[in-house]
Structure formats: structure tokens, C-alpha cells
Design a protein around this ligand. Structure first.
Ligand code: AMP
Length: 209
């Protein structure tokens, strides 16, 4: 199944993606994760990426499109994929349409996880991740075991100031994808407020359609 996960930062895409990819046995392609890996490697491209992510701004389309095109051609994407954090602009969505057409593939669903801005701030600022396992916790909603607490880190863009900019980018540049995919009848709206289990059930109800 070829899927897109759409939604504002902190909507829970990463958390819910884990369950989807396990169930469907498809890879999760998170452009945010790919970008953070490049930043950790400290390459010239990584340094360029950091100047955007730390400011809460989107990385230029051409750079992200190329990364996704390369990634989708890898053999593990044969049975399908879950795009998480891509596309984020109409130009990226158009580029994706071209990539998929060139590969003879078609999207099945665009899952839109809907969460109000006011809820996102608390979710994002409480987010902590384990650098050893990649597991993401929340200090209040999904607290880590106490013994892990000292090694957990907060993403440098998960602060209130950067989130404000990320949300602005979302509303300006990413939200236009909602009518874009509504037109193609691929958009599936999912209420992203509730327990992790409730939201997971809503997503699977759509996938099992
Ligand atoms: P995320 O982990 O999806 O919240 O992404 C973190 C940051 O990486 C974003 O705030 C952007 O700076 C950058 N980024 C991730 N995906 C994209 C994308 N599709 N287009 C442009 N920038 C992106």
C-alpha cells in the first residue's frame, strides 16, 4: 500500500506510523528523520539543513524531492511505503505525482491526522527521544522509564519559539495539500485527539476500509 501521512508537527504521525508499518510490513519514510541523520553526520548538506530546521523553516523542495526519489527506488519500497512528513508543499506533491507515475505506482490513501494548534504545543514541548533506540516518549502522556530519563534528548526544534514558526509554515505551505488531495479523492480525515490506542483504531478502520 502506498500511503502518505499528513498533519501538523506534533499530530502524532511518527507514533502512529510505527503501528502502521508493522502491520502492513512497509517502510516508513520520514524526511525529517533523513534530514536529522544528515545533520548528525555533519556533512555540508547537513549543515545547510540545520540552518532551516533550527529556524522552523522548510528545507527547499529540490533537496527534499531528490532524497525521496532516491529512497522510493530502494527495493524495500516494492510492497509499499508510508511517507511521513512528505510532501509538505504543493510543489513536492506534484513532484511526488511525477515520481510515482514514472514508477507506475499509485497512492491509495492520504491520511490526515487532525489536531488543533493549542493541543500541539503541549505535545511537542514534552517530547523526548532515546538516541540509542530512536523511541520517542512524552514527559506527561507517555513517560519514559525513570532509568532512561538521563539519556533522553529533546529535538532542537521542539521548543515553543521554533514550533510557532513550524506551525506557520504548516498553515501556509502544507495545508494547501488538503484541497489538493481532496480533489483526487485520496484524503482521509482522522481525528488525532484521543488516546494512542483510539487513534490507532481510527487509522486502521480507514486502512481496512
Ligand atoms: P519533521 O521531523 O517531519 O517535523 O521535520 C523536521 C524539519 O525537517 C522540518 O521542520 C523541516 O525543516 C524539515 N523537513 C522535513 N520534511 C520536510 C519536507 N518534506 N520539506 C521541507 N522540509 C522538511
Amino acid at each position: 500500500m502506498d500511503l502518505i501521512f499528513l498533519g501538523p508537527p506534533g499530530a502524532g504521525k511518527g507514533t502512529q506510523a510505527d503501528a502502521i508499518i508493522k502491520e502492513l510490513k512497509i517502510p516508513q519514510i520520514s524526511t525529517g528523520d533523513i534530514i536529522r541523520a544528515a545533520i548528525r553526520e555533519g556533512t555540508a548538506l547537513g549543515k545547510e539543513f540545520k540552518s532551516y530546521t533550527d529556524a522552523g523553516k522548510l528545507v527547499p523542495d529540490e533537496l527534499v524531492n531528490r532524497m525521496v526519489d532516491d529512497r522510493l527506488r530502494k527495493p524495500d519500497c516494492k510492497p509499499g511505503f508510508l511517507l511521513d512528513g512528505f510532501p509538505r508543499t504543493v510543489a513536492q506533491a506534484e513532484a511526488l505525482d511525477r515520481m510515482l507515475a514514472a514508477m507506475g505506482r499509485k497512492l491509495q490513501h492520504v491520511l490526515l491526522l487532525e489536531v488543533a494548534d493549542a493541543v500541539l504545543l503541549e505535545r511537542i514541548t514534552g517530547r523526548r527521544s532515546d538516541p540509542e533506540t530512536g523511541r520517542v516518549y512524552h514527559v506527561k502522556f507517555d513517560p519514559p522509564p525513570p532509568e532512561l530519563a538521563p539519556r533522553l534528548i529533546q529535538r532542537s526544534d521542539d521548543t515553543e519559539a521554533v514550533l510557532t514558526k513550524r506551525l506557520q509554515e504548516y498553515h501556509e505551505k502544507t495545508a494547501p495539500l488538503i484541497p489538493y488531495y481532496e480533489k483526487t479523492k485520496l484524503l482521509r480525515r482522522i481525528d488525532g485527539v484521543g488516546s494512542m490506542e483510539e487513534i490507532r483504531k481510527r487509522i486502521f478502520a480507514v486502512l481496512r476500509g
